[in-house]
Design a protein around this ligand. Structure first.
Ligand code: DQA
Length: 141
């Protein structure tokens, strides 16, 4: 199984950026733990502060990978282009957020991408990414 994680703007600063909201861990150190927990899954990671680069990555993996886990950062609330990119590919996309955006400013309550995604995981800290990985594994029948 191949899963692509895509992180958007300012998420390269996890660990340094507003730690009371986003925690003290860098994404790179979290990713090591995530990969160790799922050695059977190939987990690729891409981060960009540039909307078009995120779209290019969705196009690149979106007909080949089994899943995309995307934290679009602030582009979540603005980007119809990301919505269209998610709709354009066949790989299912899970929208994740570290913080509970619904408990924050009202401009974070709207997502332009949710309707294009398979599902949404919000507010569990970095564990949101693990929960998203779990969603691609075998469900209870
Ligand atoms: C975020 C929430 C967004 O509103 C914010 O712009 C981010 C991070 C989160 O993971 O909680 O950059 O996506």
């Amino acid at each position: 199984m191949k899963i692509q994680i895509i992180n958007g703007p300012n998420l390269n600063l996890l660990g340094k950026r507003e730690p009371t909201i986003y925690g003290n861990n860098s994404f790179e150190s979290y990713l090591e733990l995530l990969r160790a927990q799922y050695p059977q899954i190939e987990i690729s990671y891409f981060q960009s502060n540039i909307e078009g680069e995120m779209i290019n990555k969705i196009h690149e993996v979106g007909f080949d990978y089994d899943g995309i886990i995307m934290n679009a950062g602030a582009y979540t609330h603005t980007s119809i282009a990301l919505h269209d990119a998610i709709k354009s590919v066949t790989t299912p996309v899970i929208e994740v957020h570290i913080s509970n955006v619904h408990a924050r400013e009202s401009f974070r309550h709207v997502s332009m991408i949710s309707a294009a995604c398979k599902g949404i995981i919000i507010g569990f800290g970095l564990d949101s990414y693990r929960l998203a990985v779990e969603s691609f594994l075998q469900p209870i029948k």
